[in-house]
Every structure is written in C-alpha cells, then in structure tokens.
Design a binder for this molecule. Structure first.
Ligand code: ADP
Ligand code: MG
Ligand code: MG
Length: 250
C-alpha cells in the first residue's frame, strides 16, 4: 500500500479551480520533489494535504496509509503522521519556542493514545534533538520564530519535524529566502531525518535545493497539474531549459 495516494484531485479556492485533477503516489522511504513556476498550485497541494481551511475539494481522493485523509481534521492528520513545514513559518510572540514544542508534542502524543512527556523527559528529548541539528539552546527560549532569521525559522521547522517523528514530511519551498549556508544547514537537518519508514515531498521552485536534498523522483507542476514526472535528472533538465516548455502541455 502506498503511504500517500492523491487521485485525480480537484481543488477550488474562492470559486476558482486551482488543481485540475492532480495525481501523485508516494511510497514509504521515497523522496519526491515537486517543482513548478509560481502560481502552479504547489502550496495549494501541500495545504490541502495538511488540512488547511479555505480549500474546497470538488473531486478526487487523498489516501494516507489507505485511509481517507480528507475526512480527518488537521490535528488528526498530524497525529497520523503528516507534517507540513510552511513556506512562511508564523511568528508567535509571547510563546517561548520550548513551550510551544512541548504543548504541540504532548497534544500529538495524546491524540496517538500515548502518555504525555514528563518535564525531564521532554527536556532531555528536545536537548538531544536540537543538539543533533546544531540548534543553539538559547533559540528555544525565544518567542516562536520572533526575530528569527530565515535560516533559524527553517531550523525550527526541522526541529519540530524531528520531534514529531512524522511518516510523511512536506517541505514547502524551504529554500525561499535562505542564503547558501542556511540552506545547507537546513538541508542537512532534513537529510538526517530521511529513513526507510519516512517519505518526504520537497516542494521547490529552484533546482538548487535538490543539490542538497537529492530526490528519488521529480514531478513538474504547471497550472494545477503534474505535467511531467521523472528521476532526479529531470530537475537538472529543468534548470537548463526552464518551465516555459510545459506551458502548452498544461
Ligand atoms: P505555488 O505555491 O505553486 O506558487 P499556489 O498554490 O500558492 O502556487 O497558488 C496557485 C494559484 O492559486 C495562484 O493562482 C494563486 O493566486 C491562487 N491562490 C492560492 N491561494 C489562494 C487564496 N487563498 N485565495 C485566492 N487565490 C489563491
Ligand atoms: Mg508561490
Ligand atoms: Mg507556494
């Protein structure tokens, strides 16, 4: 059984159809890249998978581990193992990163029917994971993403991902606004989380990120459809030839 199966998905936002019958199959352990120009519907796809409100699914299906994902609330999806790292992580002033992580992690454990972490257990876990990702402890004391650099925000997303141990990670343009050093650090963090039981969907406009996170499969989106799929070399082809060749296909 596929981990994620998107079948002929049609999605509307404010009466306008954005995704026009999109299909995608992701198996455990695979890393898929989704590339495409601005406005092709990449973020829409990730938001619909995560359950962000405001999208109307008019046709098609999304199955996760064989279950109908569209029937589940966003927190239920997260508890089942879906994690979305946002293109623009939100700032939450007044809530320390540590507190946020603990609340979110315990809510998820509860939803999974697991017991909450005790304070010492949580601290031990978060220290261990942040250390492995080279995240300084003082970052955890600051308000969530408040005053964080672009690179720190992405590292914070990767930290959440590591703590939540999802089986499907969707990374929406994690390269946007990052310089090359920050990109490398964030990508190293993601690579450290690659495992046979976990799949990743890496959304990006540029080929550059895929030099660091090397995908097994590449899909090109244009105007709300997947117009081409291939191996990692497809990303290199795109870098050379651009997206305009797909405009007619869409
Ligand atoms: P991408 O992530 O590939 O840049 P998006 O999924 O963000 O593309 O957007 C796809 C299309 O849907 C664009 O034309 C965008 O203007 C439109 N769209 C996305 N979200 C909304 C929204 N909340 N309201 C209206 N239009 C939207
Ligand atoms: Mg965009
Ligand atoms: Mg986007």
């Amino acid at each position: 059984m596929a981990l994620l199966e998107v079948k002929d998905l049609k999605v509307r936002v404010e009466e306008r159809e954005i995704l026009h019958g999109l299909s995608l199959t992701v198996n455990e352990g695979e890393v898929h890249a989704i590339m495409g120009p601005n406005g092709s519907g990449k973020s829409t796809l990730s938001h619909v998978i995560a359950g962000k409100p405001g999208y109307e699914v008019t046709d098609g299906q999304i199955l996760f581990k064989g279950e109908d994902l569209l029937e589940m609330e966003p927190d239920e999806r997260a508890a089942k193992g879906v994690f979305l790292a946002f293109q623009y992580p939100v700032e939450i002033p007044g809530v320390a990163t540590m507190t946020f992580l603990r609340t979110a992690l315990n809510a998820q454990r509860k939803a999974r029917g697991e017991s909450e972490y005790s304070t010492p257990d949580f601290l031990k876990k978060v220290r261990e994971v942040s250390k492995s990702l080279n995240i300084p402890q003082d970052m955890l004391k600051r308000g969530v993403n408040v005053g964080f650099s672009g690179g720190e925000k992405k590292r914070n997303e990767v930290l959440q991902m590591a703590l939540f141990e999802p089986s499907l990670c969707i990374l929406d343009e994690m390269d946007s606004g990052l310089d090359i050093d920050a990109l490398r650090i964030a990508a190293d963090g993601v690579n450290a989380l690659r495992s046979p039981g976990r799949a990743m969907v890496v959304i990006t406009h540029y080929q550059r990120l895929l030099n660091y996170i090397v995908p097994d499969f590449v899909h090109v989106m244009s105007k709300g459809r997947v117009v081409k799929s291939g191996g990692k070399d497809l990303a290199l082809e795109l870098e050379a030839s651009g997206y305009t060749q797909f405009e007619d296909a869409a």
